[in-house]
Structures are given as C-alpha cells and as structure tokens.
Write a protein that binds this ligand. Sequence first.
Ligand SMILES: Nc1ncnc2c1ncn2[C@@H]1O[C@H](COP(=O)(O)OP(=O)(O)OP(=O)(O)O)[C@@H](O)[C@H]1O
Length: 350
Amino acid sequence: MGAALTVRDVRVARGGREVLVVDHLDVKPSEHLFVLGPNGAGKTTLLRLLAAVTRPDRGEVEVDGVPVRRLGLAERRRVGYVTQRPALLGTTVLSNVELPLRWRKVPRARRRTMALGALERLQVAHLAERPALALSGGEQQRVNLARSLACDPDLLLLDEPAAGLDTEARAIFFADLERALADRAVTTVQVTHRPEEALRHADRVVVLVDGAVRQVGTPEMINRMPADAAVATVVGYDNVLTARITPDGAVLVGEWPTGLATDGLGPGPAVVAAFANAVQVGPSGREGLPAVVRGVSPGRGHRVVLLDGRLPGGLVPLVAHLGIDAPAPAPGEAVSVRFDDALSAILRGR
Ligand SMILES: Nc1ncnc2c1ncn2[C@@H]1O[C@H](COP(=O)(O)OP(=O)(O)OP(=O)(O)O)[C@@H](O)[C@H]1O
C-alpha cells in the first residue's frame, strides 16, 4: 500500500516573508495528488517539505503517522523525489539507475534486473548503455524518473517531471508514467502549473496561490466550482469578471445583464468565471454586456475573438471562442456579450 501523508499547521518563511502556509492537508495511501499553482506559489517549497529536504519553521509533516524529521534511513528510502532538473552522473544510464540500489546494497544481478525493468517501464531500456549526459532533455527526464521507480517507492514526489517538453511529448510522458504506476500501490504528489495535466491525471488537486492553499478537491470539483477568482484563473477560466447578484438572482457585470442567474448564492458581490467557449457574441443592442471586437484569429478548431467589454469604470478584456464556420464579427465592430451557464461558474466574492 502507498504511504499516507499528513501536513499540519505548517509555515515556511524565506527571505523574511512567509512563502507557505498549510493548515491541514492529508494525502491518502495510493492517492495521486497534484499541486497546481502559478510561478512562485510555493509548490516546490511544499514538495521539499514532503521529501524532508527542508524543514518547516513551524508545524509537522508525517508519513504514515511518523514525523518526517524522525524517519530513519530505511523509511526515508521509501520516498522517491524526482526534481525538476535531472541530476544524472556522467556514467551510463544503467549505472545511474542502479546507483540508489547499490546504496541499498541490492546484489548486483538483482540490481541490474530492477534497473532495466524501470527503464523498460518508461520506454528507455534501449538507452541503458548510453552516457546519461549525452541524452536529450526528455530522455534524461525519463531516466531520472526510472531511477526513482527502480527503488519501488511507497511515496513518489514529482516536481514538474515533464518540464521543458513540448505539449505532445508531455502528453506521452504522462501516459507512460501513468502506465508505469498502474500496477503499483504508490502514493504520488506531483507539482504542475498546467491545469489540464492536473485535471486529467489527479485523483485530487490542491490549488496553491501566494503560498496559501486556496482549494482542495477532485478535478471535477475544482473545474466546475473554483473557490475564488484566483483559483478560477489558475484552473484556466479565460474570463474572470467582477459581478453582482441582484435580489432576484440575476448576475450583472458592470450593471449589464449577462444571461446568467443563480438561486443558490443570494444577492451581493460575485465573480463570473467563464471559459472562452461560454462567451456568446451577438449583435450590438441585444441585452448583454456591450463590447467592441479587438481582433479575430484562427485557433485550434475554433476562432479566437478578443473583445473589450465596456464597463462604467473602463474596459475589461474578454476572450471568446467561436465555431470555425460561425459568422465572426469584424475588428472594430460593436457587439453584445452573454455567457452560457453550462460553461460558466458564478462564485461568491469580489
Ligand atoms: N531561498 C529563498 N530565498 C528567498 N525567497 C525564496 C527562497 N526560496 C524560495 N523563495 C520564494 O518562495 C516562493 C515560493 O517558491 P517556490 O519555488 O516554492 O514556488 P513554485 O510554486 O515552485 O514556483 P515555480 O513554479 O516558479 O517553480 C517564491 O516567491 C520564491 O521566490
């Protein structure tokens, strides 16, 4: 069974300011947890705490109920930590992957079998005799991961393991990683700043913004009901707008009707988070938020329309995705904008 993790009342300061605050976080045995957040959110800081590479200024991290600072060598070896940049030695790939097994005094023949097995699982067994430092960045990342997998960890911590790969190579990398882990009971915690990866591969997602946990939930939950405007932005909502809910449940942006309504939140300040394909662009004068088209460009399977919404306090940028064959407005054209409620979230807040 994979290891269980508990983070309790943790605080970390760097350079005289608090960069991580986690009141409580549990990771269940064999769960695949993703830590999602923008640059500088504190993701690596959290992972390094879990790996016991650094200590919190306050609070505790426990693995299976034992504080990490009290873990013995054997227990520490149950934890694999895959850093963002592969730290490989100038020897062959095989000897790199065998190294931690040698430290564990695994007999030579068995060591070789285990290392080759891990390389095979990541589709890089053919590189076994090559000098590790002569590999491409993507190959090095796979070897780096194989080195951790070879030790059969109960807890695997991965810090942007596919950093530097292009979108297609990342997708293949994650598919291979998922396959490599499929028949193992291993708990994983992975750091990413890409919402699509967290939402696709996680059992649960932790969203970190400015060093604070803003939301913990299933991908479905985080995607459909982000906790606040910051989470909505991290999740990839293209339009995040300050709004107001009227006593009869209508949702207004800049006092304009949006086509959205809610009966769950009650009147007051709110936020509308809308994916680009939720934005409906109609003729000027129709009920909705008045806007002017800034530009239209081709997207992948759609057209991207950039707009300036006209609010009493100034302009607000909006992005819409329209069907590839749908009539598109021309730059400079005045239009009105509404939102499809199936692809929008209405959040409490300002
Ligand atoms: N040694 C240090 N001294 C001062 N500030 C630090 C130090 N280490 C980290 N920080 C700051 O702590 C914050 C969190 O850093 P961290 O590396 O955990 O973020 P991250 O979410 O992993 O970012 P990225 O996605 O860019 O890797 C950042 O603002 C960073 O500048």
